[in-house]
Design a protein around this ligand. Sequence first.
Ligand SMILES: [Zn+2]
Length: 431
Amino acid sequence: MKKYIIIFCIFSGFLYGSVLNYELYKKENSDGNTLLVIGGIHGDEPGGYFAPSVLVQNYTIKKGSLWIVPNLNFDSIVRTRRGIYGDMNRKFNSVKKSDKDYNTIQSIKKTILDKKVNLILNLHDGRGFYRHKWESSIFNPGAWGQAFIIDQTKLHKDIKFSNLDEIARKVSEDLNSDLVENHHSFNIKNTKTKEKDEQMQLSLTYFAITNNKPAFAVETSKNITELVKKVKYQLKAIESFMRIMNIEYERDFDLDNLDELSNILKKYKKVKINDRITLDLETIKSTNYYFPLKIDDNNFKFEHPLGAIVKYKGNYNFMIGNKRVGTLIPQYFEYCDSKEDIAIVIDNKKQIAQFGDIIEVEKNFKIEASDNFRVNVIGFSQDNIENENNLLISQNKILNRFAVDKEQKSFRVEFYDNSNKFCGMIIIKFK
Ligand SMILES: [Zn+2]
């Protein structure tokens, strides 16, 4: 039996200009071709970044390699703007050192030129529906949506996948055989960049092909309003390219089932804060108040590849791509160093928990922490009691409005030391 080495690694950009750095995920085997998928060069084109986030999370590569950047222009994605520092896709010919995109451009160029990379896809949501002949203001040759964009028919050097037009033709035939609606059909737009299109000479794909790297832009349409349909088309296109490149993949869902894909897109997963708090972003309520954070250097670790914090007017917005999924209004604390285990009696059974745990409870719980801590169950109060350690508490003793989640089932248990430093949080989730 042939063995494949599967490497899964993440490279952070180590950039200084932009605030948020993109990430490169590598799903690799020891042999075969490598496809580089770049998403999110334009922050207002969600099909172009949610599709690669599904690739990262829900695909396994069995043969060949898939490299994925889901969030190239991350600062613009979290603000749903095309490019907050200007159009990133016009900076590949030259970019000033003072440009905030400078480091992003330099580092993605290096990846594009990596000798392992055989083909590059740059994902977009374009305007309208591209047609070879003018049909209407939405369906016409000036539109970009539902198209594979090539800069020229083929590369001049005889390398693998140099026949851009032929490959784009195969992929679009593949997609057109299975459309959600007939007018979603894909066409090939050849911008004939060298002769005709000075703007496109500054683009990522033109940089790639002039360096003998086959590259395509995949455009779904901004006029298709449902994200799930755009993501489906993007993924179908990427899969078609993978088949042409003999890259073998598996995914853990049915791509023809829009409801299933739609549920995947809503899985925002969890965030870990300062290694002491975990919040479930799928159920989090819109705003949580008096949330214990540090005045600076807070560390947020998202499970979702498009997860980021955007600070706005002193509040902390949790973003998944361009979607705000929750906000924390902070109350600033110094953090203590202690990280000792906490004993909790859950439904009459004692167990050991750590800060950052989310614990399911049927009926009631009792914290049995050491005397080093003052325990505060947010939303619970009993006269003359400061420390809510060693009290048996059921859900009806806690005010629902203090829940952290929309369903009002999850509550904060906070631990402070004797000098009122915050030590950690455990979430109690009633079933
Ligand atoms: Zn675009």
